[in-house]
Design a binder for this molecule. Structure first.
Ligand SMILES: [Zn+2]
Length: 196
């Protein structure tokens, strides 16, 4: 029986790796969505996604659920702007906005294409995003992690609250985007081109 079970597992592996993403809204209680790339309200001015779904690798969604529990104890919650991004959308983004350091070249890919990165902020109990140093996808220097110049003290505190909650689950930051978080071991996973 054991060899048969093992061979079944091996046979099932390719199918499992073809769709290793879960809908985070089904895993994270009360997760708020404002998936900007499913709307024209983003840096490109065009909707790049056919559906507003926050797909992530299962362990990343589970970690976000723990962050959410931590914030809910304060009457707050997460609001996501971008999750998994198909390679096709990465190519479209790069075509409109080919700025290395701000947008990942689709040939090397972004952790968003792996389902291991998430762009998010904190919302209050009614779902309204807290004032942060900048809006999503801002190229302003106030969007940098650790920036303080010309930023209200409360926005700095709330950015740091988000950072502390995310870091407690092992997420890491990048320098120029306060809203972007990479899951632990993000780059170990393959680039995916699963439609949303
Ligand atoms: Zn991002």
């Amino acid at each position: 029986m054991i060899p048969i079970a093992l061979s079944l597992l091996v046979a099932a592996a390719p199918a499992a790796s073809a769709a290793p993403l879960v809908d985070a809204a089904a895993v994270v209680p009360g997760l708020r969505l404002d998936l900007r790339y499913a709307t024209p309200h983003n840096v490109t001015g065009h909707a790049l996604y056919a559906h507003a779904r926050c797909l992530l690798r299962p362990e990343v969604a589970a970690a976000l659920a723990r962050v959410q529990a931590r914030l809910r104890a304060r009457g707050l919650g997460l609001l996501v702007w971008d999750c998994y991004r198909p390679i096709a959308a990465q190519r479209a983004l790069w075509k409109i906005c080919p700025h290395p350091g701000l947008v990942a070249d689709p040939r090397t890919g972004s952790n968003h294409n792996r389902g291991t990165a998430v762009d998010l902020t904190i919302a209050d109990a009614s779902g309204r995003p807290l004032p942060m140093p900048t809006d999503f996808d801002s190229f302003d220097p106030r969007a940098w992690q650790g920036a303080t110049a010309d930023i209200p003290a409360q926005a700095i505190r709330d950015r740091e609250l988000l950072r502390a909650a995310m870091r407690a689950e092992g997420f890491t930051t990048i320098r120029k985007e306060w809203w972007h978080y990479d899951a632990p071991g993000a780059r170990r996973h393959p680039l995916l081109d699963v439609p949303l």
